[in-house]
Design a binder for this molecule. Structure first.
Ligand code: SF4
Length: 486
């Protein structure tokens, strides 16, 4: 779980994780467990909607905070009756961290109730919102996801799948969805497959989840990834697959493999941990340095540091020790508190770094604020030299596909060349893995320049969709003047 990660204030944050189960007793309890495994994908809010076939009723509970806090009480889980459920964890930017933005969202359509949980971000939500409001739609939230519900409600198609397909043909951007309707669980992945969604099975019942780690926690077997552009429906008569969108070249988010996905997850049969280790290996080959010890910035950079150590022959050591018992200081926005948080949550391991030439391995640099503090922490602990090596290319561009990124002007790599960045963070040297090195680590020979195999826009600026809201000058869906009371 990544909720109290020490240096997390200067990371990109995944916004959401989704989970769904159809046809198992204790569906809500299983969903809570699945969400717990996906907690690294969002820590601001969690929600579960269940459907009770006998009473023909939906039950919903959405709360701010961590899954363990929100859904650890038996009475809460007991109230979420039924043998099917979907859930969502959220780290918000689109729409802000309001209680009413916590998903799954729910709407009564003419065909019956529909609950929807979304991982990703729509790049034309603002424009769609304005069009929908002009047509009389009344929005309940400030989330882009609500556009999908409105468009589905307004679609003139005979079946729910057709209505959802019609709605999704109007949206741009990234979406992995799990939806719950009476007697039906639905999973959808956008035509580019930017965000992950996997299918599993437990006791003959189907499970949907953002990552395989959520299958593992409940003992479910991984079946396959949902294909880009695929809609699957799961009901009493089994599973059906639809391909309602024109086929497109897949552009899975490569940053999932660098940082967002849980290290224990498998993506299309390949271990995320292994890919990160290979990123470290590529980094060592591309950016070697004479040093005495390889130190990971915990926890997310540990596999890359192991890979760097293996490839370079320099010993790996835990030169920074994390305190696991510190609260969520880093969610606080004030710089002063963040600064305090670093000191509270980490200690340099003096015995390991004193008098040594240290190679610090991190997975990314966003603003550079934390890198500066870590380098200083190593020097304060007596490190003779501090060389920083980053297991991804420089993060130069904002993400519009469901990741909380600062605007471009706040990204350190967008402001200065690497040599200046090194001076800025006061490191003796700084180097990043190349884009081709990153592609090699994830199983390609290189980045295909005219047909890249992944979305890598935060490194290259090559966005795989049009950015309609950006072009229209909208910075996000700003819908509400209502103050939220929670
Ligand atoms: Fe992932 Fe970066 Fe693309 Fe966003 S821009 S989807 S973080 S690769």
């Amino acid at each position: 779980m990544r909720q109290a990660l020490p240096f997390d204030d200067d990371k990109l944050h995944e916004e959401c994780g989704v989970f769904g189960v159809f046809g198992l007793p204790d569906a809500a309890a299983l969903t809570a467990l699945g969400l717990h495994a996906l907690q690294h994908r969002g820590q601001e809010g969690a929600g579960i909607v269940s459907y009770d076939e006998t009473a023909r009723r939906f039950h919903s509970d959405r709360r701010k905070g961590l899954v363990g806090d929100a859904f650890s009480r038996e009475d809460i889980i007991a109230g979420l009756k039924g043998a099917s459920a979907i859930g969502h964890v959220r780290y918000s930017t689109a729409g802000g961290s309001l209680q009413r933005n916590v998903q799954p969202m729910f709407a009564e359509l003419s065909s019956g109730g529909l609950a929807l949980a979304h991982n990703g971000n729509l790049t034309n939500a603002h424009v769609l919102h304005d069009e929908l409001v002009a047509q009389g739609a009344i929005f309940q939230s400030t989330s882009d996801t609500e556009c999908i519900l409105h468009l589905t409600a307004m679609a003139r198609q005979p079946t729910l799948v057709d209505r959802l397909s019609e709605a999704l043909r109007q949206v741009e951007g990234a979406y992995s969805l799990v939806c719950l309707a009476p007697g039906m669980l639905i999973g959808v992945r956008d035509p580019l497959g930017v965000r992950p969604l996997v299918l599993g099975k437990l006791d003959g019942a189907h499970i949907l989840a953002s990552e395989t780690c959520a299958l593992d926690i409940i003992g479910a077997q991984y079946i396959r990834d949902i294909a880009p552009g695929e809609i699957i429906t799961i009901g009493k008569d089994g599973m059906k697959s639809y391909s309602p969108f024109p086929p497109m070249r897949k552009r899975f988010c490569i940053f999932e493999l660098v940082y967002f996905a849980g290290a224990s997850s498998m993506v299309e049969g390949i271990s995320v941990y292994e890919m990160r280790r290979r990123m470290g290996g590529e980094l060592a080959r591309e950016a070697p340095v004479d040093a005495d010890v390889v130190v990971p910035v915990p926890d997310s950079s540990v596999p890359a540091a192991i890979g760097y150590a293996e490839a370079s022959g320099i010993p790996f050591e835990f030169g920074i020790i994390k305190n696991n018992y510190v609260g969520r200081t880093f969610i606080e926005p004030q710089d002063s508190i963040r600064h305090l948080g670093v000191k509270l949550k980490h200690n340099a391991n003096r015995a390991v770094v004193r008098g040594k030439r240290v190679v610090l391995i991190d997975d990314s640099i966003v603003r550079g604020t934390t890198s500066k503090k870590i380098v200083q922490m190593m020097r304060d602990a007596g490190a003779r030299e501090v060389h920083m090596r980053i297991a991804s290319p420089p993060t130069m561009n904002s993400c519009f596909y469901g990741v909380d990124t600062p605007e471009r002007s706040k990204l350190l790599a967008a402001q200065m060349p690497v040599e200046e960045m090194a001076k800025h963070i006061a490191a003796d040297s700084l180097a990043f893995v190349s884009i081709d090195g990153l592609y090699r680590a994830v199983g390609e020979t290189h980045r295909a320049r005219n047909a890249p195999q992944f979305c890598d826009a935060c490194f290259t600026g090559d966005y795989p969709t049009t950015l309609t809201d950006q072009a229209a000058g909208a910075s996000g869906v700003q819908l509400s003047l209502l103050a939220e009371r929670t």
